[in-house]
Each structure stands twice: as structure tokens, then as C-alpha cells.
Write a protein that binds this ligand. Structure first.
Ligand code: NAD
Length: 261
């Protein structure tokens, strides 16, 4: 029998979901029947159009709510404004790369706020809604950098290790309730942002597209394949399924073997 998951009647809020992994996760949750709330810090017609496209394609309710995940009050207002939250996907994230002694303080603060503190604020407001509804799923999009480190990524690695730790705490605080909290730890994922870097890198190293992907980008990913936004979306849907009801507090790697090394 095929493995199917129905999320009809559930409302999913996905932070940072007007592109990349967040958008892919929102689409897969909608495909499984969930009503979705998209988010980012902009308020452009194309942001709202993404929600309209999902509603039309999957026959669910889809909304876009602007909220800046670097601001605690915005994070809390996102959940309150949505009015209901059965599935919370904390996905918003940014990166900054610099040696620690040159790392700009404002970049450190922004990475920690968006990649870590936002999940504290959204989870704090969403959990009472999940308790009232008698069911809930919190899914934190961490990273292979939540389990391992790279030089020059102090803020990102600290935030991602932090969110893996917070995932375990929320799992323990909800362990006796029909609520789970898990982290997904992607390796390198082919998002439009990554795709856009390929032509420049090809020119810089005089390499083919395949060489850039396998020798430069995926040097640490033993499969030498990107994970895809579709795979991350399906992994999220799985964590929302009844099959995953006893999976809580884990860091689930989707990284082609990166953290096995
Ligand atoms: P992306 O840049 O396409 O997506 C990031 C999303 O966060 C965007 O929708 C952006 O608008 C949003 N965002 C940024 N700042 C925000 C703010 N202040 N308020 C609200 N939203 C904000 O990148 P992505 O690759 O899709 O990354 C999504 C998540 O996945 C991040 O947490 C990232 O750390 C994680 N991740 C990505 C990869 C990868 O290889 N792409 C690997 C591991 C983990």
C-alpha cells in the first residue's frame, strides 16, 4: 500500500517561505491537504501571488503574512495573526561568512535573531494553540551545521547547534502530549540561490557545471548529489504523519552522508 498522509483541516505556518526550502515545504504540505501561511519580511504583490498559486494548485487556503523574523514581536504577531497553528515550520534563515575576529556584530545579531531566536518566539505562541487543538508538529529546519562546523560560519553554526538543542527541549516539554518537535538537518540543497552561484563558479575555476557541483560545492557531501526542496518537503510531511507520532526530539539528517564522516 502506498504511504499517504492527509493533513486536511490542519494549518501550517512556514517562516521564510517566499523562496527556496520554505516554499518547497509549503508546497508539499499543501499537496498533502494542509492550509498554509507563507511568510517573509517583504510585502510585494509577488509574495501574495505565491500563496494564490498554491491555493489554486492544491485547493487549500493559502495566505501570505509579512513579518520580520529578526524581530521578536513580529515573530509572535505572525502566529497570532494566522489565528491557528497545527504545524509550525521554523525555516527562515540567513548566512554570513567571516573569521570570528572580523565578524561584524550586527551580522552576528541578525543571524542569531533570524536563525534561532525567531523559533523561540514562534514556538512560544504556537504551542498553546496546538494544545488547544489537541495535536501539533514543530519542525525546525536546522542544517548539517547544526551537528558539525565549518570555519568562518561562527554565527550560523552557533544558531544551528542552538536550534537542535532547543528542539530537544521542546520535545521533552511536550513529550506526554500529542505534539512532537523535530529538526531537519539538510546538507547542500539546490535552491535558486545555490543554482545562481554555479555560472560564476564555472567561470572562476574554468570548470564544467558538473565539476563545480561535485568538486567545489559538494566536496563535503559524500553522495555528490544535492538534496532537493521536494525531498525536504516530503520529509516534513512524513514528520507530520501518524507514522512519526513517536519521533520527537531528533535531528534528522538529509545530507547525502555529510554527518556520517
Ligand atoms: P533562501 O534564501 O532561499 O530562503 C530563506 C528564506 O528566509 C527566504 O524566504 C527569505 O525571504 C527568508 N528570510 C530571510 N530573512 C528573513 C527575515 N528577517 N524575516 C522573514 N523571513 C526571512 O534559502 P534556503 O536555502 O531556502 O534556506 C532556508 C533554510 O534552510 C535556512 O534556515 C537555511 O539555513 C536552511 N538550510 C539551507 C541549506 C541549503 O543548502 N540551501 C542547507 C542547510 C540548511
Amino acid at each position: 500500500m502506498a504511504f499517504t498522509v492527509s493533513l486536511t483541516g490542519k494549518t501550517a505556518i512556514i517562516t521564510g517561505s517566499n523562496s527556496g526550502i520554505g516554499l518547497g515545504v509549503a508546497r508539499q504540505l499543501a499537496a498533502a491537504g494542509a492550509d498554509v501561511v507563507l511568510n517573509s519580511f517583504t510585502d510585494r504583490p509577488e509574495d501574495h501571488a505565491l500563496a494564490a498559486d498554491i491555493a489554486a494548485e492544491f485547493g487549500v487556503t493559502a495566505r501570505y503574512i509579512r513579518a520580520d523574523m529578526s524581530k521578536g514581536e513580529d515573530c509572535r504577531a505572525l502566529i497570532t495573526q494566522a489565528g491557528r497553528c497545527d504545524i509550525l515550520v521554523n525555516n527562515a534563515g540567513i548566512q554570513h561568512v567571516a573569521p570570528i575576529d572580523e565578524f561584524p556584530v550586527e551580522k552576528w545579531d541578525a543571524v542569531i535573531a533570524i536563525n534561532l531566536s525567531s523559533a523561540f518566539h514562534t514556538t512560544a505562541v504556537a504551542l498553546p494553540m496546538m494544545r488547544a487543538a489537541g495535536w501539533g508538529r514543530v519542525i525546525n529546519i536546522a542544517s548539517a551545521h547544526g551537528l558539525t562546523a565549518s570555519p568562518y560560519k561562527s554565527a550560523y553554526v552557533a544558531a544551528k547547534h542552538g536550534i537542535v538543542g532547543m528542539t530537544k527541549v521542546v520535545a521533552l516539554e511536550t513529550a506526554e502530549e500529542p505534539i512532537t518537535c523535530n529538526a531537519i538537518c539538510p546538507g547542500y540543497v539546490l535552491t535558486p540561490l545555490v543554482e545562481a552561484q554555479i555560472p560564476d563558479t564555472m567561470a572562476k575555476y574554468n570548470m564544467s557545471r558538473d565539476e563545480v557541483i561535485k568538486k567545489v560545492m559538494l566536496e563535503r557531501q559524500p553522495s555528490r548529489e544535492f538534496a532537493t526542496v521536494g525531498q525536504l518537503g516530503d520529509t516534513t510531511v512524513f514528520l507530520c504523519s501518524d507514522a512519526a507520532a513517536q519521533i520527537t526530539g531528533i535531528a534528522l539528517s538529509v545530507d547525502g552522508g555529510w554527518t556520517a564522516m
